[in-house]
Design a protein around this ligand. Structure first.
Ligand SMILES: [Zn+2]
Ligand SMILES: [Zn+2]
Length: 296
């Protein structure tokens, strides 16, 4: 199974990677949403390797890059499947379930992203494309089972994704952020990194590590990377279930400011003035202002 393939110039690299691990057929190819940084390389892959089914969500996108992908699907007799929430597919010993998009009429294409929960026995991977807060909210409202061991952070670690409420529901042990080195968008955003750190989540970034590989036998999980010597702890299913989480935000009943829980302003606060918030929205709704120093 393949989800997205980067910009057009990376198509060859992705194809080669798949062939090098000894795969000569893809059962499923998913195009999360029709932005070139996700689907640019897909036509090269689909033209280069036998592909059974192509899953995506229909939008009004009409760039030549996207048309090239649809042409490749057509010319190679690939089954075209509309992504539908709740649909479940099997490949090898694994399954995946589609969790989003739950609605339509979004501004921009990011929230149209096909979100999948890939399950290998006890280990779960949540792959979110560029889904942003709106789609995250819809998944929460739909009471989707979001708990995952590994989260591929939405939209390259942007602050428009990875809302606190969503992260709390996923409670990942690992977060993987796909982003270009020194990219123009400042991805990943500091708010996202901050939240992951406070949750005690190990985060891995492709701008630092290059290609990141997660391997699992369905019970244990390990990572390796192309670059860098990041010490990535080994993991067994369930390791992240019982972890007591520190609250993400702490407010001061006296000053009505709220802080990230690791801000010095929170550390020096009198116990009786402390109030905990799980999400930023909760704090704002309660009338608290963000601390100008830690900028929660
Ligand atoms: Zn996008
Ligand atoms: Zn993107």
């Amino acid at each position: 199974m393949l989800i997205d393939a980067g910009e057009k110039e990376y198509g060859k690299k992705v194809l080669k990677y798949i062939q090098n691990i000894g795969t000569n057929k893809l059962k499923y190819v998913i195009a999360t949403h029709p932005h070139s940084d996700h689907i640019g390389g897909l036509s090269t892959v689909i033209n280069g390797i036998r592909t059974e089914s192509f899953i995506t969500v229909e939008t009004d996108q009409n760039t030549s890059t996207w048309r090239n992908v649809l042409t490749a699907v057509d010319q190679n007799d690939v089954d075209y499947i509309d992504a539908r929430v709740g649909d479940r597919y099997t490949f090898g010993d694994a399954t995946f379930t589609i969790l989003a998009p739950n609605s339509s009429g979004y501004e921009g294409y990011n929230n149209y992203s096909v979100v999948t929960m890939v399950e290998c026995d006890q280990i779960r991977f949540l792959l979110t494309g560029d889904a942003e807060t709106q789609s995250e909210k819809e998944m929460l409202n739909a009471k989707a089972d979001l708990k995952a061991d590994v989260l591929k952070c939405g939209h390259h670690g942007s602050s428009t994704s990875s809302s606190a409420a969503f992260l709390k529901a996923v409670r990942p042990a690992y977060a993987v952020i796909s982003c270009g080195k020194n990219n123009d968008y400042g991805h990943p955003h500091r708010e996202t990194i901050k939240k992951l750190k406070l949750m005690g989540c190990t985060y891995l970034r492709t701008d630092q590590l290059g290609t990141i590989v997660a391997s699992t036998d369905g019970e244990h999980l390990s990572f390796s990377s192309e670059r860098g010597k990041a010490k990535i702890p080994e993991y067994t299913a369930g390791d992240n279930v019982s972890t007591d989480q520190a609250p993400l935000y702490i407010g001061n009943k006296n000053s009505l400011y709220f802080h990230y829980s690791d801000c010095s302003g929170a550390a020096t606060m009198k116990e009786k003035n402390k109030v905990e918030f799980a999400t930023r929205e909760e704090a704002v709704k309660a009338g608290y202002k963000p601390c100008p120093s830690c900028k929660p």
